[in-house]
Write a protein that binds this ligand. Structure first.
Ligand code: DX5
Ligand code: ZN
Length: 215
């Protein structure tokens, strides 16, 4: 059974309380919070201040996905805001190992996200140090994009690497996840499904979450 992490990027920002209540009453496992800086990705979303409000609105895991340059400058602020998981992009880090140690020393679970063009074997020498890999199945920056099919092979390859090393690293898949493609994504080895549009734009978001969870 996968963990379901709805992405609040697709929520109604004028009615966040409503959407948080819906998630709290649903079978969602994590709140997936997408932070964008307009530099690493061509869009700006929100920062620690909003994460703090989400933290206050839920007891569920706050899974913060940083799509930002120089994440080391902000790790402490996101810890203070209440992040449980902090995921940074391999493409944004010159000193990835150091950044991962910083996140763990602050008491958060550490994740690494990889863009669609980044091979998963680039994680070979850091896999044992992290809790989560976020496989981007769209180019990061926007909700509502289409799933990039070759990502399925990356999930399988990463799953194999994790099993060979005997690790408990979770595989999260982020971007374009729907009820239609989720079975193949889970079969390939995903543990956590992020879903923005397919949840929040559906006629019954809580039912969609339950349907994803039941896969
Ligand atoms: C993309 C974000 C995703 C996105 C997912 O840059 O990291 O979390 O909001 O949204 P959907 O499911 O609509 O692709
Ligand atoms: Zn995300």
């Amino acid at each position: 059974m996968p963990l379901i992490a709805p992405s609040l990027l697709s929520a109604d920002f004028l009615n966040l309380q409503h959407d948080c209540d819906m998630l709290n009453d649903s079978e969602a496992d994590w709140f997936h919070l997408d932070v964008m800086d307009g530099r690493f990705v061509p869009n700006i979303s929100f920062g620690p201040m909003l994460v703090e409000f989400f933290r206050k609105s839920t007891n569920k895991v706050c899974d913060v996905h940083l799509m930002i340059e120089e994440p080391e400058k902000y790790a402490e602020a996101f810890k203070k805001a209440g992040a449980d998981n902090l995921t940074i992009h391999i493409e944004a880090c010159k000193h990835l190992h150091r950044n991962i140690q910083q996140i763990k020393s602050l008491g958060m679970k550490a994740g690494i996200a990889v863009n669609p063009h980044t091979p998963v074997h680039s994680l070979q020498d850091i896999l044992a140090d992290i809790d989560l890999v976020c496989i981007m199945s769209v180019n990061p920056g926007f909700g509502g994009q289409s799933f990039i099919p070759h990502t399925i092979n990356k999930i399988k390859e990463l799953k194999q690497m994790i099993l060979e090393k005997g690790l408990a690293v979770k595989i999260e898949v982020d971007g374009g996840v729907t009820l239609g493609n989720a079975p193949a994504i889970i079969d390939a080895g995903a543990d956590v499904l992020v879903a923005g549009n397919s949840v929040f734009k559906s006629s019954d978001p809580a039912a969609t979450i339950a349907a994803l969870k039941a896969l």
